[in-house]
Design a protein around this ligand. Structure first.
Ligand SMILES: Cc1cc2nc3c(=O)[nH]c(=O)nc-3n(C[C@H](O)[C@H](O)[C@H](O)COP(=O)(O)OP(=O)(O)OC[C@H]3O[C@@H](n4cnc5c(N)ncnc54)[C@H](O)[C@@H]3O)c2cc1C
Length: 408
């Protein structure tokens, strides 16, 4: 599992207060007297997307409050992923995922450079295991180029093996602009930036309900055993797996605007011993995920996954018996994987939306046009590539918020 979000990094990002508990009652700007306090912008959720949105809103001049139910940032899906900076290869042309991933990837590399966030542009190979997968590889190549991933190219078997001698394949695609990053350093940098621009974060603060009335939006926030009400001019629901629950708890929001949600768990197994590859290795994609691939973190630890396991309710345990399927999948492209080399790692959960006629579900980012409520932006289905896309999602949300402003 990527580094625990509460763990202090080995370096310090200027402007970051890594507060582990600052409930609402401790924030002078948010002390209530029974009536709803009018505030400018509220972001629900301090995952990578909520933090990026809060930073963008603060930079745009909004007085921004981040409400996070846990005691620190990034304890949800943002600390349970592969930490890959995706190039933007797979997503249907014109989809939000395609646009925001490509834009977000470019912005993310620049942000990491500017803020000293550790990353490595290690590159990735997508491999065809047999001749029958060549067609799938060509389709991936065409989609990637259609999305503006200009540097992706075909490799012959020999070229692929010259780069990665332990690889078994009949051909591959090389994506040089895929990379890995320290996602917790990135989140700390986003929080530091947001705070340096006036944003405040309230930990241990759960949005427990709300309503839409003739004056706008009111939310009830549970913190330290008390409930207080806030009336934000702008509310961004970035609650990840709980975005639908937060939206459903706000009376007056049309229920039909809230998409249904399914949980697709992704399990990881860690490799005991040395990583056999320098680049990330992916098979061709499978329904619901990208196939059991190998990623390497900045510390050189290799992990396999995530697979796809449909579950009814969130549960992060990794069933060791799933290892058999991992051995079989991995040995198709790394036949030398030794017996006993895999041990259960961690898991993350994808918030899957219905595909709505498309091949795969897209991100859903709803402003007033979608649900009829001024000042409310809901983010649903922010699965992969949400980490890569976070800065572009944030710009998209800030633009929606700007466009929705009443003319002065
Ligand atoms: C297995 C897996 C692998 C992935 N790999 C990658 C990858 O390699 N690259 C990539 O780009 N993307 C990847 N992703 C996607 C990426 O991790 C997510 O898109 C991203 O982390 C989502 O961030 P978020 O802020 O929307 O959600 P979260 O990180 O889940 O944050 C939501 C926050 O809201 C808080 N919250 C919830 N309810 C409330 C409430 N009522 N009141 C207050 N706070 C609340 C939660 O505590 C949480 O902190 C992966 C996802 C999965 C599942």
């Amino acid at each position: 599992m990527p580094r625990s979000p509460g763990a202090a990094p080995a370096y310090c990002i200027p402007g970051t207060t890594f507060d582990t508990h600052s409930p609402l009652g401790h924030s002078t700007a948010m002390q209530g007297n029974g009536a709803a306090d009018k505030v400018d912008a509220v972001v629900v959720g301090a995952g990578v997307v909520g933090l990026a949105v809060a930073r963008a809103l603060a930079l745009a001049g909004h007085e921004t409050i981040i409400l996070e139910k846990e005691t620190t940032i990034g304890t949800g899906t943002s600390s349970r992923n592969s930490e890959v900076i995706h190039a933007g290869i797979y997503y249907p042309k014109g989809s939000l995922k395609a646009r925001l991933c490509v834009a977000g990837r470019k912005a993310l590399y620049a942000y990491c450079d500017a803020h000293g966030v550790p990353y490595r542009r290690c590159g990735k190979l997508i491999v065809a295991i047999g001749e029958q997968q060549r067609g799938a590889l060509e389709r991936v190549l065409a989609t990637a180029r259609g999305n503006g991933v200009d540097d992706i190219r075909r490799l012959s078997r020999e070229e692929a093996r010259a780069l990665e001698p332990e690889l078994a394949c009949c051909g591959a695609l090389l994506s040089p602009s895929t990379g890995i990053l320290d996602s917790h350093a990135y989140m700390l940098a986003l929080l530091g930036d947001a705070q340096a621009n006036g944003a405040m974060i309230a930990y241990g603060s759960t949005v427990a309900g709300g309503r839409i009335d003739e004056n706008g939006i009111v939310i009830d926030v549970a913190s330290d055993g008390a409930i207080m009400s806030l009336a934000p001019r702008l509310l961004v629901n970035s609650a990840g797996l709980e975005a639908q629950a937060v939206a459903s708890s706000i009376s007056g929001l049309p229920a039909k605007s809230i998409p249904s949600l399914r949980y697709a768990k992704g399990n990881y197994f860690q490799l005991v011993g040395r990583a056999p590859f320098k680049r990330l290795i992916y098979p061709v994609p499978e329904p619901g995920g990208l196939g059991v691939h190998i990623t390497i973190d900045l510390g050189g630890q290799a992990k396999f996954g995530p697979d796809v396991e449909w579950i009814e309710k969130p549960d992060y345990t990794v069933d060791p018996s799933r290892a058999a399927r991992f051995y079989a999948a991995i040995r198709q492209y790394w036949p030398a994987l030794p017996d006993g080399a895999l041990e259960p790692g961690y898991s993350g959960i994808r918030p899957k939306l219905p595909a709505n006629g498309a091949d795969a579900p897209d991100f859903v980012i709803q402003g007033r046009d979608a649900h009829g409520v001024a000042g409310l932006i809901n983010l649903y289905g922010i699965e992969s590539p949400g980490l890569t896309s976070s800065l572009a999602i944030a710009d998209y949300v800030a633009e929606l918020a700007e466009a929705a402003k009443d003319p002065a």
